[in-house]
Design a binder for this molecule. Structure first.
Ligand SMILES: C[S@@+](CC[C@H](N)C(=O)[O-])C[C@H]1O[C@@H](n2cnc3c(N)ncnc32)[C@H](O)[C@@H]1O
Length: 267
């Protein structure tokens, strides 16, 4: 066991950025940015930007990036990490975007749509702020059964804290159906809607350290902090075991499965 020194440091957004972004969200950001086919000088909205990994990476290649999110803690980290880049970050609810009509060439939303209560309303807003001829690229996790990262947490947290504590992790995989995804984009008025299942092979060289970080960045982090070191060690090992053969005793290499949508606003 390596987690006897485990303690919470920083706030949730800082832990998200430190432990989850490098292994999970940065690889996905690179993938969706390539799919969006951004050109230098394009204007991008990173919707539900979190700590802004999509906006920051895009801005590094000459894109003018704007991030929007409802979580002020996430936005604070995004701003702090984007010094010197052409990237700005704003408090923005996806269902009522504080941006003018036809402001952006591209909107990317990475792992955000599943959390919007009014998906059709949010996508209508998204269409409104895209320029004619522009496009949207959305990426949303598929089901738990295809995502060992979330399944391992749901199983372990359910066992240790009760099934009712697993809702936030389940919600990550809460909008898994590609047909529903297509129909909500079409219903909002997007054209040329293409939905593709994409599986990235994610990797944490030190699987045990990654799970320690993951435990700090989950919604039950405070409950984990209150555990005895022995109970915490058992939880840590349960999460690792939950990855099954994706953990080789040292590294974690696991598939992460999502639906990726490319959709356009007609010219
Ligand atoms: C899993 S994080 C993804 C963040 C970021 N896109 C990334 O790839 O790291 C989900 C984000 O969705 C944001 N979010 C949830 N509901 C939202 C809403 N109605 N409007 C804007 N952002 C929202 C959360 O605050 C959170 O930052």
């Amino acid at each position: 066991m390596t987690n006897t020194e485990w303690q919470l440091s920083g706030n949730m957004a800082e832990r998200y950025e430190e432990y989850l972004v490098p292994v999970i969200f940065a690889p996905w950001a690179n993938d969706v940015i390539v799919r969006a086919d951004l050109a230098s000088g394009d204007s991008l909205l990173d919707l539900a930007c979190g700590t802004g990994i999509v906006a920051r990476l895009a801005a590094q290649s000459g894109v003018t990036a704007t991030g929007g999110d409802i979580n002020l803690g996430m936005l604070a980290v995004a701003k702090e990490r984007s010094a010197g880049l052409d990237a700005t970050f704003h408090s923005a609810d996806a269902q009522r975007l504080p941006f003018d009509d036809e402001s952006f060439d591209v909107v990317i939303c990475q792992q955000g749509l599943q959390f919007f209560p009014d998906k059709l309303g949010a996508l209508s807003e998204c269409l409104r702020v895209i320029k004619p001829g522009g496009q949207a690229v959305f990426c949303t996790a598929r089901g738990l059964e295809e995502n060992p990262l979330m399944q391992a947490q749901v199983t372990a947290f359910g066992r240790h804290f009760g099934e009712e504590t697993t809702g936030a992790i389940r919600a990550v995989c809460g909008f898994p159906d590609p047909d529903e995804m297509r129909s909500v984009f079409e219903g909002a008025g997007f054209g040329q809607v293409a939905v593709e299942k994409v599986v990235l092979d994610l990797e944490a060289e030190d699987g045990s350290a990654f799970v320690n970080g993951l435990m700090m960045a989950t919604p039950v982090a405070d409950r984990i902090a209150a555990m005895t070191p022995a109970d915490r060690a058992t939880l840590h090992d349960d999460i690792l075991k939950g990855f099954g053969t994706w953990y080789d005793g040292s590294a974690l290499r696991f598939p992460h499965s999502a639906n990726v949508v490319l959709a356009s606003r007609s010219a």
